[in-house]
Ligand binder design. Structure first.
Ligand SMILES: [Zn+2]
Length: 450
């Protein structure tokens, strides 16, 4: 906290004081949810232009000069820079995506694009992924600028299109075509981190993302001998492919404890007061409840068959069969993953990459991590920030190419019984209003100390 800042107004009381940005965060989140930015991955959605304009307007209202970048029709991202007290220091990037995965309204308790408030939560697609963080960022920045509180260093804000389909029209576009926007940025915070996991009444862990698995989406093909379905055929492509796909689907890749996972398990051992055996993770995961879904997939490489294709008529043996597989590898284990994959699939299967992206890992230390820890503790006395590895991918992959050190830190305090991991891309996605307000206070303190 910059206690010496003469422009400082208001301020926080320890353990739950108010920052005025808190008062508008829920409304900002609701308004963002009402802008349908469904991303179908094939360009057929409404795009992010309306959200980009909304964000730009909210930033311009408080004196910033946001720029909108349209990478393809309707696919727009908004970027703005806030001048800090010390322009000689490297800048911090705060990024969020404005697109969401589609939602089928019939499945939902409250309409996914209505942004309703019920049972203390804002409901709707994007409530946790990630219009919550977009709204928190807007609320904090607007409050700070209104009250003339400059951040200690430059902050670049990026509200991005297309994250849900790999970021080609959002983060990747900006990194490739407009890298100057991120000039001097050394560190970044973004999504899927900073949320709480209540261990007991004396300890709440906040999981900060320091690593991401890499991905290999692939197509598998087997060529066989085509022929009449009534005749014998020892070279049926479907039979061969299915055997290989079944072997892969059942294959259990070995547990590999990477740096981030080791650190997380050590913290958890400490918190629970028990030794955790990485070879007996089933027992460990049982203790983690809802977040086991997040952690379980970060202990090993995985390869899940997701699509099958072959044949066009019941009495014709096709000459070829294909399958698609979603492969994810841990940081540093890409080659091991591919070698193991090929040995499981066998020589008959031809493997081609459809889309691949790298794994990331940074260490959980330094001044920025201290700032997270301090900001969380100031608002939650039983908080402890711990690093973890995300099984999926985010826009951090693109920003890391500019040499930016990326963290997932979108602080949220959650009720212990909320299935937070299940909210991502799930039905009835919602975020507690109190969680949003907490996030605003933590982010405000974090920026003071960044
Ligand atoms: Zn997301």
């Amino acid at each position: 906290m910059s206690e010496t800042n003469p422009n400082r107004q208001g301020g926080h009381a320890a353990g739950g004081g108010r920052a005025p940005g808190e008062d508008e965060v829920a409304e900002l989140c609701r308004e963002l949810i009402r802008i349908d930015t469904s991303n179908y991955g094939d360009g057929s959605g409404p795009g992010e232009r309306a959200a980009a304009e909304y964000v730009a307007e909210k930033l311009a209202e408080v004196g910033l000069e946001p720029q909108i970048f349209e990478s393809a029709k309707g696919r727009a991202s908004t970027v703005a820079r806030i001048a800090g007290e010390d322009p000689s220091r490297p800048a911090l990037l705060i990024h969020g995506h404005t697109d969401v995965v589609p939602a089928n309204a019939d499945d939902w308790t409250h309409h996914p694009f209505a942004g309703e408030i019920a049972d203390g939560c804002v409901w709707g697609r994007g409530a946790v992924d990630m219009k919550d963080m977009d709204a928190m960022t807007l609320a904090v920045v607007r409050d700070r600028l209104r009250s003339g509180r400059k951040p200690p260093r430059d902050i670049v804000l990026a509200f991005l299109a297309d994250e849900e389909a790999g970021g080609v029209y959002g983060a990747r576009h900006l990194v490739d075509k407009h890298p100057g926007l991120f000039e001097g940025v050394s560190e970044a915070i973004g999504e899927v981190g900073g949320f709480s996991f209540t261990v007991n009444e004396n300890l709440r862990l906040y999981l900060v993302e320091t690593a991401e698995k890499g991905m290999h989406w692939m197509r598998l093909t087997v060529d066989g001998t085509a022929g009449h379905g009534s005749m014998t055929n020892k070279d049926n492509a479907i039979t061969e492919l299915c055997e290989a796909v079944a072997r892969l689907g059942r294959h259990k890749f070995p547990v590999r404890v990477t740096k981030s996972v080791r650190h997380f398990l050590d913290e958890l051992s400490d918190a629970l007061g028990v030794e955790l055996d990485p070879e007996d993770m089933d027992t460990t995961l049982e203790r983690l409840g809802g977040i086991a879904k997040l952690i379980g997939a970060t202990l090993r490489n995985t390869a899940q068959p997701t699509m099958l294709g072959a044949g066009y008529k019941v009495n014709v043996i096709p000459g070829q069969a294909t399958a698609h597989v979603d492969g994810r590898f841990l940081p540093g284990l890409e080659q091991e993953f591919l070698d193991e994959l090929d040995s499981v699939l066998g020589p008959r299967v031809r493997r081609e990459a459809v889309h691949s992206d790298k794994a990331l890992e940074t260490s959980f230390d330094g001044a920025l991590v201290d700032a997270m820890q301090t900001a969380l503790r100031a608002e939650d006395p039983i908080a402890r920030a711990v690093p973890y590895c995300l099984s999926g991918g985010t826009d951090a992959k693109s920003f890391s190419e500019l040499g930016i050190r990326c963290f997932g830190f979108a602080p949220l305090q959650l009720p212990p019984d909320l299935d937070f991991a299940g909210m991502f891309h799930g039905v009835d996605e919602r975020v507690p209003v109190d969680g949003l307000r907490f996030g605003v206070r933590v982010l405000d303190r974090f920026i003071d100390a960044c």
